[in-house]
Design a protein around this ligand. Structure first.
Ligand code: ADP
Length: 457
């Protein structure tokens, strides 16, 4: 449809060699981040009371046993390799499993355990004696719907009565759904994309929304970015009974998401997981003057040989720079991989996971992949090309530093109190940008000489 057409156009545009890489659609990013491991270390939890939650103090659980789940479900969790609840699960699960059920809005980055939380809550409420749809989970894309299904299937490994139907437009999947128009689906859980779910409810009449016990809207931020989806969510919700427990999850937090959430959910308890403030205090920032890419490459080699690198990320503005750099480093026998837009979402996720697992030491990244991807705790960040503000109207980079991106990039080094190093490879004409960064963050950026590194050891 026109929306997927629009997305593939965006994708095609990214393939032009010299076009700066800055575009990644929110659903691509979301999918990308989904392919990864639990990472909720650098976050703190905020509970926002909307004034309507009960007075009882909010409790949290440190173990899954405390949740008093049925043994088969607990075994499913252990089967998945989970030992203890993630940060958001500690607080969200007691609320989600409470009687009477609580509605919830939860925002936290991908990879912090939201899907596992609502999957667990959903499974805990399924009654094996009922022969109709009890839970409806909405996902913005077909791929994400399948991923949620996989989580639930694994978690329900020891719950043989749990079956899932996928309300998605993909013919290979929907062919497997056996249903008769007008006859209620005899499956407890339906996961689907809004349009098809609406068809199943209204045209096919195989889901009776009045009977639902659980309604989950996942990836709400992606959902509202796709045309028509918000309205379908409202329509579906308005046909549900008052006591249907409703949950909404989002990776990002904005007024738009919250407006949407509050229109769908009555009396919610609200949780947000916030990335802890990045402090630059344990990050040493350096610059090295270079006249051209050749000199920049020499600088990379100097840095590489003079410090013991744990893992490094090198940021480039353009794909061709990133390609050339990665290729040269590989030829020089360095263990390097490249993350740029011509890789499929799955390929990118695989690169990120290999990097996180320490399978290689240097990751070269273009702008398109720099934002929104959680890779923390590396010892060295190198700006091969300085981050600049992109001017959408002129379709080129402006002569202004991009402070947020700078902070985001260098904040990846020096986590957990360790010393991190950041290097800016700067051409003489870019020196004013460096000064602006120094002024903005009120932290000095020193010219690099090897003595700095020796000092640290
Ligand atoms: P989100 O929905 O926030 O993106 P997920 O629920 O998909 O997060 O969890 C991200 C990853 O972490 C998945 O691989 C999941 O299996 C794993 N995970 C979730 N909860 C836990 C836990 N309590 N312990 C260990 N791993 C977990």
């Amino acid at each position: 449809t026109s929306n997927s057409q629009q997305q593939s156009n965006t994708f095609n545009e990214m393939l032009y060699e010299d076009r700066p890489e800055i575009v990644m659609t929110i659903d691509q990013l979301s999918l990308l981040n989904k392919h990864s491991n639990l990472r909720d270390i650098n976050y703190s939890l905020i509970h926002e009371d909307d004034g309507s939650s009960p007075q009882s103090p909010l409790h949290s659980v440190k173990t899954f046993e405390e949740l008093k789940l049925e043994p088969q479900l607990l075994n499913g969790i252990y089967y998945m390799g989970f030992r203890r609840p993630s940060r958001i699960q500690e607080r969200a699960l007691p609320q989600l499993l409470a009687y009477p059920p609580r509605n919830m809005i939860a925002q936290s980055q991908n990879g912090t355990g939201k899907t596992a939380a609502f999957s667990l809550a959903t499974l805990s409420r399924m009654d094996p004696n009922l022969d109709y749809v009890q839970a409806l989970i909405l996902s913005p894309t077909f791929e994400l719907a399948l991923q949620i299904g996989k989580v639930i299937e694994n978690m329900a490994k020891f719950l043989p009565h749990i079956k899932i139907a996928y309300a998605v437009r993909d013919p290979t999947i929907s062919k497997r759904n056996e249903y008769t128009k007008g006859k209620e689906l005899n499956v407890p859980i339906v996961i689907g994309t809004p349009g098809t779910v609406e068809d199943w409810c209204r045209k096919m009449k195989i889901i009776d929304l009045k009977k639902l016990r659980m309604f989950v809207v996942d990836e709400a931020d992606v959902m509202i970015s796709l045309p028509g989806f918000s309205q379908i969510c409202f329509n579906l919700k308005s046909a549900m009974g008052k006591d249907c427990q409703t949950m909404l999850f989002s990776a990002t937090y904005s007024d738009e998401v919250m407006d949407f959430a509050k229109r769908i959910i009555e009396n919610p308890v609200i949780f947000r997981l916030k990335r802890e403030e990045q402090s630059l205090s344990n990050i040493r920032q350096f610059y090295i003057k270079c006249n051209n890419d050749e000199e920049k490459y020499e600088a990379v080699k100097t840095i590489y040989s003079s410090i013991t690198i744990g893992q490094a990320m090198i940021f480039c503005r353009y794909k061709h720079t990133a390609h050339a750099l990665a290729l040269r480093m590989i030829n020089d026998k360095h263990c390097v991989e490249l993350l740029s837009s011509e890789l499929s979402v799955e390929q990118r996720a695989a690169v990120i996971n290999r990097f996180r697992d320490g399978k290689f030491r240097v990751l070269v990244v273009t702008n398109v992949c720099a934002r929104g991807i959680d890779i923390d705790d590396i010892s060295l960040v190198l700006n091969f090309e300085f981050p600049l503000i992109y001017d959408e109207t002129k379709r080129c980079f402006a002569d202004k530093p991009d402070y947020d991106t700078y902070l985001h990039r260098i904040g990846r080094a020096g986590r957990f109190g360790r010393i991190g190093h950041t290097f800016n490879l700067i051409t003489p004409s870019e020196m004013p940008l460096l000064e602006q960064i120094e002024n903005y963050f009120q932290k000095p950026i020193m010219e690099f000489s090897e003595k700095h590194i020796v000092d640290d050891d």
